[in-house]
Design a binder for this molecule. Structure first.
Ligand SMILES: Nc1nc2c(c(=O)[nH]1)N[C@H]1C(S)=C(S)[C@@H](COP(=O)(O)O)O[C@H]1N2
Ligand SMILES: [Mo]
Length: 374
């Protein structure tokens, strides 16, 4: 999702997401037979569901047993249980979402039913292509309860096969990727190949090894688009940005404008200026009135998760998606200014609270320099 100062499209084109992929070569650079051998074409894709030995499953789905799930099998599950939902991909370590999509997938719960009766299962983990090379391994997990039971007003994990109304392209992790709506991107493993059930109660995400909090929920945070180096005095200045709406929702977005203090935006966490800051409201873009221009062709708003039968979102902005915002600064006198923006969540915590610790998700308050010329 490139920074911009004009209004942005509601959905990001699959090829325009900022890409976060390990691997050498990257799975999405593979071609022809190599791609087919990697089981990354719709025809060759297979999903194994196995035990690591500690969990008891009525049956396993394995390549060697010729019963791994294939694309027609997943699509058949999709006809019965498929869900369309909006979600922005947000990396834990990168400010600003990578892109927003309308995803479609089968709840992981319904996919796991394929193994029949289970016992001694405490966690579920999964990985994609290229996992045989320890240097490229990328694995993620959730608790068994988080898979099987979700509050009725919330989204659980999905085995996803469509993005913006079309098959997920290879570059975005297709044919099939995991999508965990409430989590940062590292749980949404691309090029999905195998799901493993375990009785081990310890979290075993690859991402935890780099000092990241593997159980962090998506944070709510505001991000500011880039601004031109100078503005002309006497014209209205429009500053735009987006907010990631995380686990705790979004109540409002605020900005703080003050004359430049000559520190190039550096402001220590304990600087007394934070206490005296005067935060003013920004405007959150309202829900589109005509969803036809925002959703893919053929997708009815009422068929998207979180929308009413009348085709209106039940809450706005919607959790796990982005809220575009703007503010118009009028009558700014020539000079240099510091502009900052922050979110306030539905619990009334102002960003970066209540978890300012960055390794549970980048959410530092951003800064832009605004220079107004005579
Ligand atoms: N197989 C695989 N899945 C992966 C990754 C990866 O390197 N390999 N990176 C993860 C991380 S850290 C993020 S933030 C998201 C990014 O998703 P995107 O490339 O679709 O924007 O993919 C996740 N899934
Ligand atoms: Mo990431």
């Amino acid at each position: 999702m490139a920074e911009q100062t004009t209004p942005r499209p509601f959905l990001t084109k699959p090829e325009s997401f900022n890409d976060v992929s390990r691997g050498d070569p990257k799975p999405h650079s593979l071609k022809d037979d190599v791609l087919a051998d990697a089981r990354l074409t719709p025809e060759t894709w297979r999903l194994e569901i196995v035990s690591d030995g500690s969990a008891k499953l009525q049956r396993e789905l394995k390549l060697e047993d010729n019963n791994a799930l294939d694309m027609p099998g997943l699509e058949a599950l999709g006809k019965k249980h498929g869900v369309k939902f909006l979600k922005a991909m947000q990396c834990l370590n990168i400010a600003a979402p990578l892109g927003q999509g309308l995803w479609e997938g089968v709840p992981l719960r319904d996919v796991l039913k394929l193994v029949g009766k289970v016992s001694d299962v405490r966690r579920v983990y999964w990985h994609g292509f290229h996992n045989n090379d320890p240097k490229q391994k990328f694995q993620s997990s959730v608790g068994y309860n988080q898979v099987m039971e979700t509050p009725p007003w919330d989204l659980g994990p999905f085995v996803a096969y469509k993005l913006n109304g079309l098959p997920i392209p290879l570059v975005r992790g297709g044919p099939v990727r995991m999508v965990i709506p409430w989590a940062h991107g590292f749980k949404s493993i691309k090029w999905l190949h195998r799901i493993t059930l375990t009785n081990d109660y310890k979290i075993n995400d690859t991402y935890a090894e780099a000092n990241n909090d593997p159980d962090s929920y998506l944070k709510t945070a505001a991000y500011i688009d880039s601004v031109p180096p100078t503005f002309k005095a006497g014209v209205n200045i429009v500053i735009r940005g987006i907010a990631m709406v995380g686990w705790s929702g979004l109540k409002r977005i605020e900005y703080w404008l003050r004359p430049d203090t000559g520190t190039h935006g550096k402001l220590a966490d304990n600087d007394p200026a934070w206490q005296k800051a005067k935060w003013e409201p920004c405007e959150i873009e309202p829900a589109p009135t005509n969803w036809g221009g925002s959703l893919p062709d053929g997708v009815m708003p009422k068929d998207v998760w979180g929308f009413s039968a009348e085709g209106k979102p039940k809450e706005w902005p919607m959790r796990f998606s982005v809220a575009p915002w703007s503010v118009t600064l009028k009558n700014l006198k020539p000079g240099a200014y510091e502009f900052r923006a922050r979110t306030v969540d539905l619990n009334d915590f102002a960003q970066p609270e209540p978890r300012p610790y960055l390794k549970s998700g980048q959410n530092a308050i951003q800064y832009r320099a605004i220079v107004v010329m005579e």
